[in-house]
Unconditional design. Structure first.
Length: 300
């Protein structure tokens, strides 16, 4: 009997692993990881002297749960559009590997659990900011993607809130330096999204998404946005030095990174090729983690 049961056990193991992988994919782990880095940066920069970094663990746990839950609920709401797009049709929901009810229970439980956890372990402002993040991401950004190209600006708001969540957990309130972090993340997201929108403009059109690259296929409006926002980011990224949040090492790094990011943005604005869009996307992926890391290392 034991020998007969072994093949069933062996066959079940890959199935369990595959479902675990699908549930993990539902949480958008790369986006969640970036949100956690920004949350930790906000906490670290606001941390009073003598407070252990272990105190950041509660807010990081809560932020991870909220980010993972919001990512899954977003995929649940967009499953029909994802089914139409080549880039997303193999996700667990449009591919049919997970059922909508499963995604709702799993992702809703993560999001609600994260909010409750933050409400218990952090100042009230922190949990409120996390709730605003979920509300604007799911209630505004997600439906607006099918209605107006302004969705990108709306979506950049919840994407810029993680450092405020971390800051409020450490300080209990928000100050001007905290808002400078918000502005950096807000402006960084725009050229990052424009690069993705240009690369996948045909896909977004198939999915009915009203991205700027879809409603203005020539790319002229996109080009103006990219140049304006990378220039603005270069200026805003120097605010932490002006506000005495960090020192000259960060200032030099922000200037170098900003000029490089701007150069990639100008390249896409001028050429509007897939290669230049991929360079801008790669530059954006490098820019933010390096900038936040140097910001923390050079904290005054």
């Amino acid at each position: 009997m034991k020998a007969e049961a072994q093949p069933e056990v062996i066959a079940a193991e890959p199935a369990v692993a595959a479902r675990a992988t699908d549930f993990l994919a539902l949480t958008k782990p790369r986006i969640a990881a970036l949100a956690l880095l920004a949350t930790f940066a906000g906490y670290y920069l606001a941390r009073p002297a003598g407070v252990s970094l272990w105190n950041a663990v509660p807010v990081l746990i809560g932020a991870a749960l909220v980010a993972a839950g919001a990512g899954g609920l977003n995929q649940l709401l967009e499953r029909d559009a994802d089914r139409l797009m080549l880039r997303t049709r193999h996700r667990p929901l449009p591919a049919g590997r997970l059922r909508p009810g499963e995604a709702l229970v799993f992702s809703g439980g993560l999001a609600l659990g994260g909010l409750v956890w933050l409400g218990i372990t952090t100042p009230p402002l922190t949990a409120s900011l996390a709730a605003v993040t979920i509300g604007t991401y799911l209630g505004l950004y997600t439906p607006l993607k099918r209605r107006t190209p302004l969705n990108t600006f709306v979506g950049a708001v919840p994407g810029a809130l993680p450092p405020l969540i971390g800051w409020s957990a450490a300080a209990g309130a928000l100050s001007t330096p905290a808002w400078s972090l918000f502005l950096i993340l807000f402006l960084w997201q725009l050229p990052h999204f424009w690069a993705i929108a240009w690369l996948y403009r045909a896909d977004y059109a198939r999915g009915g998404m009203k991205m700027l690259s879809v409603v203005s296929p020539g790319g002229e409006r996109l080009a103006r946005q990219i140049i304006g926002q990378t220039l603005a980011l270069l200026a805003v990224s120097l605010l932490p030095v002006r506000l005495a949040l960090t020192g000259p090492l960060y200032g030099a790094a922000a200037l170098i990174l900003g000029i490089g990011f701007l150069a990639c943005g100008i390249s896409l604005a001028r050429r509007r090729t897939e290669a230049s869009a991929r360079r801008l996307l790669l530059a954006s992926v490098i820019y933010l983690p390096v900038l936040l890391t140097v910001l923390m290392l050079d904290k005054t």
